[in-house]
Design a protein around this ligand. Structure first.
Ligand code: TRP
Length: 333
């Protein structure tokens, strides 16, 4: 049996819910750091399809297609599936088994205090519709992380409370039974959040995002629609780069011109439309190699499926070994 564990490398578990094609916020906020970390660490990439059920259990018809689209974006962004297994949560029942065990080790009131879950329930107006499974979202996430004995979990700030719950559960398990799990640490992604076309956080549900797979024409059009400084109405009016999303795009996609465009904006010499079009070109240039890889995988879907089943196999070996230790530590009959 091929062993994949490299004892000299620390482990990472990173995951996303399969919501379909990813946007630039996913790319610069998460995927790029996954790619950077894949040499230094052993990195497990999880498609969290059960997590997607917490808000999408009524309509599951897109889950399969969304999983494939998301994995294609991962691969196009540079995830190397030979170095880093790419696998699907629901293909490995060990996630459900560990979730059930961990769910005994945490109180309902602790879960209700979790600010991330509270905010989501409020934003989606769930109130009475808030499910038992949704409350347990971070427990399932802890199972994802602990199954692979991950040391690090790359996440955005909003996910830090979830990782904290994973740490608590690891400590609690180790103390009650036997030391099985390392305490995972959240690794915050460096790049500042990419704002959407409306200046708010880029999010699919707000329809303010540029997709990694958008065409050059769509990217140009979306950038044209970006809301810039509301006080800069005409070219010639001085603008405030620090309240304008274009400034952040400029910093990411065209750093050499940043100082000059800030000055041009402040003085009013640089018009917003001109600035938008210049940035669109840079975004397109940035994405071209990603599109090329995307086109390859779109036309080799069998290869994508093969990558996932190989990822399932490799992740499954680790998950089964951990569950064996868990059952032994707990003295389950
Ligand atoms: N909760 C993450 C999100 O909403 C997805 C996720 C599931 C995850 N399991 C994980 C992230 C484990 C990191 C580690 O995006």
């Amino acid at each position: 049996m091929a062993m994949i564990s490299n004892p000299n490398k620390k482990r990472i578990l990173s995951g996303m819910r399969p919501t379909g094609k990813l946007h630039l916020g996913h790319l610069v906020g998460a995927l790029e750091s996954w790619v950077q970390l894949q040499d230094e660490y052993e990195n497990f990439h999880l498609v969290a399809d059960w997590h997607a059920l917490t808000t999408g259990y009524e309509n599951t018809s897109d889950l399969k297609a969304n999983t494939i689209e998301m994995v294609i974006d991962w691969l196009a962004a540079g995830i190397d599936p030979v170095k880093s297994p790419v696998f699907v949560q629901s293909h490995l029942p060990e996630h459900a088994e560990l979730h059930l065990i961990l769910s005994m080790l945490i109180t309902v009131s602790r879960l209700e205090r979790n600010p991330a879950v509270k905010e989501q329930a409020k934003a989606l107006h769930l109130e009475e519709k808030f499910s038992y499974g949704h409350l347990g979202y971070p427990v399932l996430q802890a199972a994802d992380i602990l199954l692979y004995k991950a040391n690090l979990v790359p996440v955005g700030e909003d996910q830090v409370p979830h990782v904290e719950i994973s740490r608590e559960l690891a400590r609690r398990f180790n103390k009650l039974y036997k030391t099985v799990f390392p305490e995972p640490e959240a690794k915050l992604t460096e790049f500042k959040r990419l704002p959407g076309m409306d200046g708010q956080r880029m999010s699919k549900s707000l329809s303010n995002s540029i997709l990694m797979a958008d065409s050059p024409e769509v990217i140009k059009k979306k950038l044209r629609r970006t809301i810039t400084d509301p006080l800069k109405i005409h070219k010639g009016d001085p603008g405030r780069p620090d309240v304008c999303p274009l400034n952040i795009y400029n910093a990411k996609f065209d750093p050499p011109t940043l100082a000059a465009t800030r000055e041009g904006c402040l003085s009013g010499e640089l018009g917003c439309v001109e600035h938008k079009d210049a940035i669109a070109l840079k975004v397109i240039e940035y994405l071209e190699p990603i599109w090329e890889k995307r086109r390859y995988y779109e036309t080799h879907l069998d290869e994508v499926k093969q990558i996932i089943s190989e990822g399932d196999r490799r992740a499954g070996e680790v998950a089964r070994a951990t569950m064996k230790q868990v059952r032994e530590a707990m003295k389950l009959p």
